[in-house]
Design a protein around this ligand. Structure first.
Ligand code: FMN
Length: 206
């Protein structure tokens, strides 16, 4: 007997820390999604949140291609996914491909932070989705060039990641032992001492 969707959701929640928004501890990346479609109004809200992320020179280099189950954008994004990701992402009702403009619009100089800014917008998007009861799972495992070709994405745009978006499904629906084991495993993180330094490699006192 595997855990139910709500049991897994509770298990994935990181321990609360006073003063830290619960949303940050509650967001996690499932691989099982229900059949339920995401309304265009909810999709607009998650992109609205992403739109307000900070970016270098306020360039807003992010661009998002959205595929909804059954449409050609979905097919193109899905076809670019690696075999492992295709196994589970097929249950997601929405697939999003992120790209970033690598030249500044005001002077055509290289924007070395374009992907950084796309990542920031994607992080905002995932948290807004979580606040709306939706869930997201980002993927690096896809063929960038296949995606570029399928959509005709110009060379001056760097490809970021693919994101599955929808409603969390039952772990058992994954129908694969390895996937179910991952779905029902607790989340882990490095301690602050390993990631916040006062000198390189020396933990800051917090
Ligand atoms: C940029 C990026 C790429 C990722 N690529 C994949 C992927 O190709 N396949 C996959 O199953 N998960 C992928 N993940 C999900 C991570 O493994 C997951 O976010 C991480 O283990 C932390 O788990 P959490 O999001 O549930 O906290 C990716 C996440 C990010 C942010």
């Amino acid at each position: 007997m595997t855990l139910s969707a709500s049991e897994v959701h509770a298990l994935k929640k990181a321990p609360a820390v006073e003063g830290v928004l619960p949303l940050f501890h509650e967001r996690w990346s499932p691989r099982s999604f229900t059949d339920r479609d995401v309304s265009p109004a909810l999709l607009a809200k998650v992109f609205e949140a992403a739109r307000w992320a900070a970016s270098s020179f306020n360039e807003q280099p992010w661009r998002f291609l959205v595929g909804r189950r059954g449409d050609s954008a979905y097919q193109k994004i899905f076809a670019s996914l690696g075999e492992f990701n295709q196994k589970w992402a097929r249950s997601a009702p929405v697939l999003i491909l992120g790209a970033a403009k690598t030249k500044f619009s005001h002077n055509s100089a290289e924007n070395r932070h374009a992907l950084y800014d796309l990542g920031a917008a994607a992080a905002v998007l995932t948290l807004q989705a979580a606040a709306l009861g939706l869930t997201t799972h980002q993927m690096a495992g896809f063929d960038h060039e296949a995606a570029r070709k399928a959509f005709g994405i110009p060379e001056e745009y760097a490809i970021g990641s693919v994101m599955a978006l929808g409603y969390q499904g039952e772990p058992a629906a994954l129908g694969d032992e390895t996937l179910i084991a991952r779905e029902t495993a607790a989340r882990t993180r490095k301690p602050l001492s390993e990631i916040v330094f006062k000198e390189w490699g020396e933990a800051a006192k917090l």
